[in-house]
Design a binder for this molecule. Structure first.
Ligand code: IMP
Length: 425
């Protein structure tokens, strides 16, 4: 059975959570490999909505192991709250259902403070982060002064790790006008969180290898999107992790030779949260309509998402960066009711097989596709789509150059056209 990486091909919020949930019935484990609770993955099952920030989107399948890999940054308080919320709905995650890498870095209170204070200090030049402490935690990881899950679950190691950095952190916090933290209280509170999480923490890389050797499939669940990648994204308006498929190896502890397929998730239009260039951004009523019909408000921060048209050069570049083997097109239903649908097919003066270092000032070249009026939610095969909707899907497939695996036509698990043979070949 294949090992599959799922990544967003745009700026996040492509609907990855739903697709991972749909595909997870075929796999033994779902693994998060980067990011943290800046993500918001929404699942709708039997009409009930569940938003996950840190837990992998396999939680609803009893027989699926959920793994938080070493590449993820973990806010222990948020994780426990998410587990408690799930438990209140009758789903208690036991240590044989959820594993957390002992090497994953911990989001500490000073990371949260610094993220907020720095954004405030940047004023109009702010990145528009989710203020969840993601960037400051990755900075400490690379600077070799981070706190890892192995420290969190051991009060003495935790105290030593905090003592090593707190003077410097408090200096930075005070310089930005924030309230310095007190070591004793911090260690006490976080040691308590560590004790609750301890049964879940271990060597997840070895566990994944065991599953691999047993011949079972693993799904690697990317968060954010390709153009929020710290290397390949629209820098500096990016997140601080490797969101591309290559990140799955380092962030989960598997070698590239075990991966079989990479599925890129693309929304049938484009959205972006936070600052940064967005060549196909719509304006006025057009944007309002996409936002209202698509429910385009951040699952994590509630911020209205910026909305625009499908950008084929962007997704084509994502296909190169991720080595996409299949494409999943989401939220096609949101485009129903438009007379015409613009699609960006090129950037003026930019070769189809190249991509600029900076998208600022790029002029999109639009092609106009005829729209369709019909509701698509009941369609279960491509052949059941109205002619113009089918032509739209086929044009996207042609422009991106990657075969369509599935098309999502509504928020529910069942509102899905499964077209490819990813798990049935
Ligand atoms: P950070 O990841 O909180 O540091 O935010 C950096 C940038 O990534 C900001 O523009 C955020 O809005 C964006 N971002 C982070 N996570 C997500 C996500 O899950 N979906 C969409 N945008 C995100």
């Amino acid at each position: 059975m294949p090992h599959v990486v799922i990544v967003g091909t745009q700026w996040g919020d492509e609907g990855k959570g739903k697709i991972v949930d749909v595909l997870s019935r075929h796999v033994a484990a779902v693994v998060r490999f980067q990011g943290g609770n800046n993500a918001g993955h929404t699942l709708v099952v039997d009409g009930k909505k569940l938003v996950l920030h840190l837990l992998p989107s396999g939680v609803l399948r009893d027989d699926c192991l959920c793994v938080i890999g070493n590449g993820v940054v973990v806010d222990p308080d948020v994780l426990l709250q998410e587990m408690d919320r799930l438990a209140a709905t009758g789903l208690t995650l036991t240590p044989d259902r959820l594993r957390i890498s002992q090497l994953a870095h911990v989001i500490m209170p000073y990371h949260l403070q610094l993220d907020r204070l720095r954004e405030a200090a940047l004023g109009k030049a702010r990145i528009g982060t989710t203020c969840r402490g993601i960037g400051p935690t990755y900075e400490d990881k690379v600077a070799r002064r981070g706190v890892r899950m192995a420290d969190l679950v051991d009060p003495r190691r935790l105290a030593a790790a905090v003592e090593r950095v707190l003077t410097e952190k408090n200096g930075a916090i005070a310089a930005l006008g924030g309230e310095p933290l007190e070591a004793g209280k911090l260690v006490e509170a976080y040691a308590a969180l560590g004790q609750r999480l301890a049964p879940f923490v271990g060597d997840t890389a070895t566990e994944l290898h065991r599953i691999h050797r047993g011949g079972h499939s693993i799904l690697f669940e990317g968060a954010q999107g390709t153009f929020l990648d710290v290397d390949h994204g629209t820098y500096p308006f990016v997140t601080s992790s490797s969101t591309v498929a290559g990140g799955a190896c380092a962030g989960a502890g598997v070698g590239p030779t075990i991966l079989d397929e990479v599925v890129g998730i693309a929304k049938a239009y484009t959205t972006r949260v936070g600052s940064g260039t967005f060549p196909t951004e719509a304006q006025g009523e057009e944007e309002e309509r996409l936002r209202a019909t698509g429910g385009e408000f951040g699952a994590t921060t509630g911020r209205p998402r910026r909305c625009g048209w499908f950008d084929a050069p962007l997704v084509r570049h994502a296909a190169r960066l991720n080595g996409l083997t299949r494409l999943a097109l989401t939220k096609l239903d949101v485009l129903s009711g438009l007379d015409e649908v613009p699609v960006c097919v090129a950037y003026e003066g930019v070769e189809a097989d190249s991509f600029p270092a900076d998208l600022t000032g790029v002029t999109p070249v639009f092609e106009t596709m005829p729209g369709w009026a019909e509701d698509l939610t009941a369609c279960r095969r491509l052949s059941e789509l109205p002619g113009n909707a089918l032509r739209y899907v086929q044009r996207v497939e042609e422009l991106v150059g990657v075969p369509i695996e599935l098309v999502s036509v509504g928020p529910g698990r069942e509102d899905t056209i499964l077209h490819g043979d990813l798990f049935t070949r």
